[in-house]
Design a binder for this molecule. Sequence first.
Ligand SMILES: Cc1cc2nc3c(=O)[nH]c(=O)nc-3n(C[C@H](O)[C@H](O)[C@H](O)COP(=O)(O)OP(=O)(O)OC[C@H]3O[C@@H](n4cnc5c(N)ncnc54)[C@H](O)[C@@H]3O)c2cc1C
Length: 248
Amino acid sequence: MKQVRRLSPHMVRVSVTGEGLRRMTSPCPDAYVKLFFPLPGQDRPRLPELHDDSWYRTYLAMPDEIRPPMRTYTVRAHRGTEMDIDFVLHGDGGPASRWAHGARPGDTIAILGTGGLHIPPEDSEWQLLIGDESALPAIGAILERLSPGAVAHAFIEVDGPAEEQRFSTLGNVRTYWVHRGDAPHGESVLNAVRLARFPDGTPYAWISGEAGMVKYARRHLVNDRGFAKNAVTFTGYWRLGATQDQMV
Ligand SMILES: Cc1cc2nc3c(=O)[nH]c(=O)nc-3n(C[C@H](O)[C@H](O)[C@H](O)COP(=O)(O)OP(=O)(O)OC[C@H]3O[C@@H](n4cnc5c(N)ncnc54)[C@H](O)[C@@H]3O)c2cc1C
């Protein structure tokens, strides 16, 4: 790993380097990877054989004492042999957040490339992006890759003003920053979306973040706003009270 930069009080950008990254392709702007972290006392994670399709079974079969924690993260940016990954420091003691909190140049993690989900149908005329801070890296990457004039409205829930970010985009973008304050996760952004006036035209929606928020946001768009089911991409990025292992 090459560089660690604090973007805001609860977000850290880790820039990793490695020859293997050159071969990775990012199919969609919200491309994600699987990250493997070292266990306490290790300087690098011990890996299963990753080239085989059955790698996940091999991974699960590894003894607990050596199986590296694996978590999913968005490729915020990719430049040849270098990749930026933005970690939310959520303070709930998960291995990924904990690793990012203490990360230093020279630390080693392993990366496995997988996929992406942001694929607007060809007939969509504008995009609605809804997420919390875990979706901020993907929303940033999506906005930065919009074609000139493409209309997008983004509703993003963060702790407070210090967590807001700026994106450069050629799109015609409206970003609504929703501050959580003391409200439960997801409640404020759901309220903002419920009250929002949307542009005319055929929409495409992309929703990611805490799983409960994602479920209710999708339900609202489909049931109350008439969004076509196949024009809504939704992914629970994490779940309150559950580790990512428990979500599988
Ligand atoms: C496709 C995809 C892309 C993702 N991209 C990103 C990304 O770019 N950046 C990013 O930060 N996350 C991203 N996530 C979410 C991230 O994988 C989860 O937040 C993951 O649980 C973090 O692992 P952990 O080891 O820190 O915590 P875990 O061990 O998984 O969980 C420990 C505890 O922390 C809580 N927790 C987990 N995440 C959060 C959070 N964000 N806020 C508050 N509490 C939390 C859990 O409910 C649990 O109680 C993505 C997820 C997916 C599926």
